[in-house]
Design a protein around this ligand. Structure first.
Ligand code: NAD
Length: 365
């Protein structure tokens, strides 16, 4: 099969890690008989330098014309880069917000997976880690408290701030469907997280999730209050498969879940709309402190490319092969600097960005 992939290399370590993900996609193409065509798209600081704005209309059109977009990361050192002297709407991050909005990316997916070999980086005790964990946080990204009306005003002589949390049933239904679809590709369990004992928006959330669940009889689902979920993530993370939740709860829980896995260089993510299209990017930033040194960990971007294979192209076998190659490379003892163990360093071999990409490619079967 042939696929059109928009590539936003971006700034800092972005181009370095994206190059490795493309290497991996090309290897997948070779082994499984597919062709990936790439179109470079400018966004972020590099777009400001070239065009004066962080995202042009042409760039949006190119992203829309792609089957999916693979992205590195954008932005620079926020203290020293001239990009941050510009008005907020012209800074690098404004490009990303505009792109997400233009593409209607309402579903954010962040996996939290604990590799046996990186257990040392997990802050939880061994008896809690057990056999490890492998969960997917599915966060609604374009509604809720962050997008509701807000104001700050004086009421009866007292400064008062109001933020509104609004969800309509359509917004809930589309994300719930996405969550159950993803569960069907995994271990078929959904934990829907809300605060239905207090919030009306959560009660509607729960009702709509129950309606959607009827269309997925193979998926087991449960409801969990957000405060309990925050506790369960550090008490028994192995119980979760897909955690489905609204914007603010997902913002907090996805960071909590990623912290228990260890390194930022391992964390992939995807943002989806209601077609097969998705934007795939590592969870970390452009890491200006290590850019250009050839030491960045490309695995988060490579795993994001694997998500693209699975969720935009329905190439599950190919995605499995990439994920297995990553597991194998860790098993074989190769580490980038960010995932080097604190002790017993002599048991592993430190490698740079390109070597890590090469070793993963070699293991794709
Ligand atoms: P960061 O994630 O770039 O870096 C935090 C720390 O993690 C640094 O020490 C960095 O070296 C390390 N790190 C990150 N990714 C790594 C990798 N793949 N391998 C090894 N180490 C890695 O966060 P920051 O320093 O706060 O932000 C830097 C820039 O990135 C800022 O301009 C910020 O706005 C931007 N940013 C962009 C995105 C995005 O493009 N989606 C996301 C977050 C931050």
């Amino acid at each position: 099969m042939e696929f059109q992939v928009g590539v936003i290399a971006g700034d800092g370590i972005g181009p370095e890690v994206v190059a490795e993900a493309q290497k991996v996609l090309n290897k997948v193409g070779e082994v499984f008989g597919h062709r990936f065509h790439y179109e470079a798209i400018l966004m972020g600081g590099c777009s400001i330098d070239a065009t004066g704005v962080p995202l042009t209309d042409e760039a949006i059109a190119a992203a829309k014309a792609s089957d999916a977009v693979l992205m590195g990361s954008i932005g620079g050192n926020t203290q020293t880069s001239p990009w941050y002297q510009l008005p907020p709407q012209l800074r690098p991050e404004a490009g990303l917000l505009k792109l997400r909005k233009s593409l209607n990316l309402f579903a954010n997916l962040r996996p939290a997976y604990l590799y046996e070999e990186l257990k040392e980086a997990c802050p939880l005790r061994d008896n809690i880690i057990g056999d490890g964990f492998d969960m997917m946080i599915m966060r609604e990204l374009t509604g809720g408290l962050y997008f509701g009306e807000r104001k700050t005003e004086e009421v009866d002589g007292v400064m008062t701030a109001v933020d509104t949390l609004t969800y309509n049933e359509n917004e809930i239904r589309r994300i719930a469907k996405r969550g159950f679809d993803i569960a069907m590709k995994r271990r078929k369990k959904v934990t829907s997280v809300d605060k239905a004992n207090v919030l009306d928006s959560s009660r509607l959330w729960r009702k709509v999730v129950e309606e959607v669940a009827k269309d997925y009889p193979e998926v087991t689902y449960e409801h969990m209050l957000v405060d309990n979920c925050a506790m369960q993530l550090v008490k028994n993370p192995g119980q979760f498969d897909v955690i489905l939740t609204e914007n603010m709860f997902g913002d907090i829980l996805s960071d909590e879940a990623s912290m228990v896995t260890g390194s930022i260089g391992m964390l992939s993510s995807a943002s989806l709309n209601d077609t097969k299209f998705g934007l795939y990017e590592p969870s970390g930033g452009s890491a200006p402190d290590i850019a250009g040194k050839g030491i960045a960990n490309p695995i988060a971007t490579i795993l994001s490319a694997a998500m693209m294979l699975r969720y935009s192209f329905d190439l599950d076998k190919e995605a499995d092969a990439v994920e297995e190659a990553v597991r194998q490379v860790l098993k074989d003892g190769y580490r980038t600097i960010d995932i080097m163990p604190q002790k017993d360093k002599e048991t592993v071999t430190q490698v740079g960005t390109a070597k890590m990409g090469d070793f993963i490619c070699e293991r794709i079967k």
